[in-house]
Design a protein around this ligand. Structure first.
Ligand SMILES: Cc1cc2nc3c(=O)[nH]c(=O)nc-3n(C[C@H](O)[C@H](O)[C@H](O)COP(=O)(O)O)c2cc1C
Ligand SMILES: C[S@@+](CC[C@H](N)C(=O)[O-])C[C@H]1O[C@@H](n2cnc3c(N)ncnc32)[C@H](O)[C@@H]1O
Length: 495
């Protein structure tokens, strides 16, 4: 991405894209070319910034264009002293880095603007600021933000200096009583263009994930107690299994983790009632990444977990079912270990167990199953995995539970039949296992894909295959009476 300079106007580009670019390329600029900036351009930018929002329409900003070289020299001395005093706050490597940073651009910046907030401003009749008088200063910051973007749009850069004694600046500029310095701004043509802040490039402080500053207020469950606040130097990450949906299948340990979490990153397969157990006030981040939909990428989730834990937060990574079963937990554990973040795992009831419980079927029925295998019907690209052990699937003494079957079930069963699996082998699909809308489809390997396709259930589905499934019964009592064994073939299509 390259920032378009003034004059490069592309009429095809919509306004949103332009704003997006402006915001991304707006930098705090501290390295200026010495070239002058025309007065009429400065005038135009200041008048634009003057349109900024202000509390009660008070427009409390007072802008002084500091042209006097003598006054500028006094301000630079003020900055140098303040910078020296601030350095005392740092030690060791951080102090060295602080001393190397360029924290202003007085040397070359052609335009110096002192911005004050007039705390005695009568304009606006006090509206909006009786409860929050500081909104006068906030309004000035709004004006500076508009100026920052407007300057950028004109190809100029702006640097905001706050390492300065505000009273000394007010004195040097003969400011009226009640004027409080908001910032000393340097304006000019940037020497370099950057997408990342200088402080990030020089290793002082990178920006952190948006999610660390965003939370949602959710209804408080009566039994949730407000425990666990951020504050530790380094936090931790706990992968917690939310189970297949029924909140009562949460383990006590999972419940405790939710009730003491500072931040919860949850998948969209996690049943919503479970989120009600999270400690009120915890940051809630939906990192849902169901196949085929736009969502958070795994590396982003890893980075977010690590960054939240680095803030000292107790992070819960809440995953459906058991976190260690088809949940990409390996990548998350590795990311935490690489970052030196403490990581633990609270197991959960996997959906195969939830589904089997609803069917009241033993997946390892001694008469029929010597082996229980969990497979995924879904590779990284959403296709049927190429390396399935088909002889294991065709094994008459095996029960196979197929996770993520929705897209590829027809292909999977077809190939399994080619490899010798009997088409009459019982096959049961369970949608939304353990949830109020649980739906069971009892069928055979030969017919299950067509049946599911026709019903097209919403929500997660898994399919279980094997002779042990002959004993499957659905929740519904009437169905339960009918649903067994030899009747499988004569009663296709039951839901
Ligand atoms: C209120 C405020 C005061 C700032 N004061 C200084 C300062 O005294 N010296 C400095 O080098 N940068 C100062 N900055 C710039 C920030 O350090 C800078 O915005 C931050 O590194 C992010 O970089 P970016 O603006 O390029 O995204 C200030 C920024 C703000 C918003
Ligand atoms: C990414 S995997 C996660 C599995 C999860 N870690 C577990 O142990 O159940 C998602 C798949 O799990 C299955 N699944 C999860 N919850 C389910 C539920 N309540 N009912 C049926 N299948 C479910 C579906 O096959 C879904 O496509």
């Amino acid at each position: 991405m390259t920032f378009r300079k003034p004059g490069d106007h592309n009429p095809q580009q919509d306004d949103r894209a332009t704003l997006d670019e402006l915001v991304r390329w707006r930098r705090d600029v501290r390295r200026f070319r010495a070239d002058a900036v025309p007065d009429d351009l400065i005038d135009k930018l200041l008048r634009l910034a003057d349109l900024a929002p202000s509390v009660g329409n008070s427009q409390p900003w007072r802008i002084v264009n500091v042209r006097s070289l003598e006054t500028r020299a006094a301000i630079v001395r003020n900055f140098e002293e303040a910078r020296g005093r601030s350095a005392d706050a740092y030690a060791g490597e951080q102090a060295d880095l602080y001393n190397r940073l360029k924290l202003a651009g007085f040397d070359a910046a052609p335009v110096h603007l002192a911005v004050f907030s007039d705390r005695k401003a009568l304009q606006g009749h006090g509206l909006g600021r009786q409860t929050m008088p500081e909104t006068l200063d906030h309004s000035c910051a709004c004006m500076v933000t508009v100026l920052w973007l407007a300057a950028r749009e004109a190809g100029l850069g702006l640097g905001w200096v706050s390492i300065i004694d505000p009273d000394e600046v007010a004195k040097a500029l003969d400011a009226p009583p009640g004027w409080k310095l908001v910032g000393y701004l340097l304006l000019g043509w940037p020497e370099e263009e950057h997408l990342d802040p200088e402080l990030e490039r020089f290793g002082w402080q990178p920006r952190t994930a948006f999610e660390t500053r965003y939370s949602e207020a959710v209804a408080k469950p009566a039994e949730a107690s407000p425990v666990g606040v951020a504050g530790a130097v380094l936090g931790s990450v706990t992968l917690v299994g939310a189970g297949p949906g029924d909140p009562e299948l949460l383990t006590i340990k999972a419940m405790k983790a939710l009730q003491s979490a500072d931040a919860v990153l949850y998948d969209d397969l996690v049943a919503k009632p479970i989120l009600e157990f999270v400690r009120p006030g915890a940051r809630m981040v939906d990192v849902g990444k169901r196949g085929y939909r736009k969502s958070c990428k795994q590396p982003d989730i890893n980075a977010m977990m690590v960054s939240l834990a680095r803030e000292g937060l107790k992070v819960v990574r809440l995953k459906s079912g058991d976190p260690l079963i088809f949940g990409r937990a390996g990548e998350e554990i590795e990311a935490c270990q690489n970052a030196g973040i403490a990581i633990s795992v609270v197991p959960g009831v996997t959906s195969a167990q939830g589904g089997a419980a609803g069917l009241r079927v033993s997946l390892t029925n001694r008469e029929h199953a010597r082996r229980l295998q969990f497979i995924t019907a879904h590779d990284r690209r959403g296709h049927l995995p190429q390396d399935i052990d088909w002889s294991a699937i065709a094994d008459t003494a095996a029960t196979t539970v197929i996770y993520m079957p929705k897209r590829t079930l027809a292909e999977l069963t077809e190939v399994a039949l080619v490899h010798g699996l009997d088409p009459k082998t019982p096959a049961v699909a369970v949608a939304n296992a353990t949830r109020p809308d649980e739906t069971v489809f009892i069928s055979t390997v030969g017919k299950i894909a067509g049946k599911l396709d026709a019903a097209h259930p919403d929500g997660p589905v898994l399919v279980m295959v094997g002779e042990a499934l002959r004993y499957a019964t659905s929740q519904d009592a009437a169905e339960q009476a009918e649903a067994i064994v030899s009747t499988l073939d004569v009663m296709p299509g039951r839901i």
